[in-house]
Design a protein around this ligand. Structure first.
Ligand code: IFM
Length: 410
């Protein structure tokens, strides 16, 4: 049954939703983010706390995704749970993720697994994260354990989520300003002190000059580990891609694109596919358009531009591994989905090898430093009871997926 599902997944386009462990599971207490959310001073508006309690409620989440009409689910496994202390791997936690994978298969969802979605174990951050010389080796060791236990159950895997995030946030949120640097540093000092360490590093707020080369090495080791392990599934890398558009004669759109992607375009070379993650365009010039609740321009057409960019620059099969909108007006989510999917259809009609679309996100979840205010979910989550309620956009996208053949009609 499982190998069949993988084969089917290869032949059929994947229609799914995407999540990340830290954003939905809750109580990720051994992770670097948990600590950063709870020290003073912190850059986080609120701590993740119980999140959506998906660590316990994944059977309901997976069942809901299947019921809506999807045939795939992208989710993350949490390194901080699997290796809570250096070299101490938890079989029980690996078994937990095996159960999540089994639940996906039982519901006809092809699982795409993210090995690392920004969070790392607290001990890893306290020894300098990916700034440490041996960090790639440590990540490779983690990937090997994951490949051995979970490989036979995976339909696809990716190493780092938005590997270039350290670059993107620097550009988007101007994190190089003296004020931003000081605020980040104060939080890092508090985290290091809480761990009795003299250092601290984070993937999201990375000092890429010190960490990027090690992270690329870590990615390559993880690709090798996944490919050498049991199971037969495609391995990819997901990149946060901005459609950068220049305005006026002296714009710097191309150099801005190069800054945002950095060396990661080349790092995708050993992969079977690339995951395109796009939310908006970046206009190097004047302003004035509708904004989403994340402050981005409402511009779903950006996806068409980044798919074309990825096809040309990387030349691998493409999955849209994230695309979505933060909004409290669900009708705008529906409009966004329709316009983004029109771009995907046009790209496919033009002969581009786009193999699937994963909407961010299944649930309203923890949006990192912004806390719970930004709602990207197709499904609303009651913050006290954790009750799930599908929004009209969930039914809308599920219907599109079903009509596209993701699942048989009900
Ligand atoms: O929530 C994030 C996700 O973790 C990574 N990509 C962008 C999403 C929305 O901001």
């Amino acid at each position: 049954m499982r190998p069949d599902l993988r084969l089917r997944a290869r032949r059929r386009p994947l229609w799914g939703t995407a999540t990340a462990a830290h954003q939905i599971e809750g109580n990720n207490v051994n992770s670097d983010f948990w600590l950063a959310e709870n020290v003073a001073p912190t850059l986080f508006r609120e701590p993740s706390g119980d999140a959506c309690d998906s660590y316990h409620r994944y059977p309901e989440d997976v069942a809901l995704a299947a019921e809506l009409g999807f045939n795939a689910y992208r989710f993350g496994i949490e390194w901080a749970r699997i290796e809570p202390e250096p070299g101490a791997f938890s079989d029980a936690e690996l078994d937990h993720y095996a159960r999540v994978l089994e639940a996906c298969h039982a519901h006809g969802l092809a699982p795409m697994v993210t090995l690392s979605h920004w969070t790392v174990p607290r001990w890893f951050a306290a020894r300098g994260g990916f700034e440490a010389e041996d960090s790639a080796e440590l990540f490779g060791r983690f990937a090997e354990r994951v490949a051995l236990r979970l490989g036979p159950l995976m339909a696809a895997a990716t190493t780092f989520n938005e590997c270039n995030i350290g670059r993107l946030v620097r550009v988007m949120f101007r994190l190089d300003s003296p004020r931003a640097v000081a605020a980040r540093q104060a939080m890092f000092v508090a985290c290091a002190q809480a761990c009795g360490s003299d250092r601290w590093a984070s993937v999201l707020f990375a000092d890429i000059d010190k960490s990027e080369a090690h992270q690329i090495d870590a990615h390559q080791r993880a690709v090798e580990a996944l490919k050498a392990g049991p199971g037969d599934y495609p391995v990819g890398l997901t990149i946060a891609m901005q459609a950068v558009e220049g305005v006026g004669p002296d714009h710097r759109a191309q150099s801005m694109t190069e800054v945002i992607n950095g060396p990661w375009i080349d790092a995708a070379a050993p992969c079977d596919f690339v995951g395109v993650q796009t939310y908006t365009r970046m206009r190097v010039g004047p302003e004035g358009a509708e904004r989403t609740a994340a402050g981005y321009e409402f511009y779903p057409q950006a996806l068409g531009a980044t798919i074309r960019f990825a096809a040309e620059a990387i030349g691998k099969p493409i999955y849209v591994t994230e695309n979505g909108i933060a909004t409290n007006d669900d009708s705008r989510r529906i409009a966004y989905i329709d316009a983004a999917l029109a771009e995907v259809r046009t790209a496919i009609a033009d002969g581009l090898d786009v193999r699937g679309y994963f909407h961010w996100s299944l649930l309203d979840n923890f949006e990192w430093t912004f806390g719970y205010a930004q709602r990207f979910g197709l499904i609303e989550v009651d913050r006290r009871t954790f009750a799930r309620k599908a929004k009209p956009s969930a039914v809308h996208l599920g219907r599109i997926a079903r009509q596209a053949g993701a699942r048989s009609a009900r």
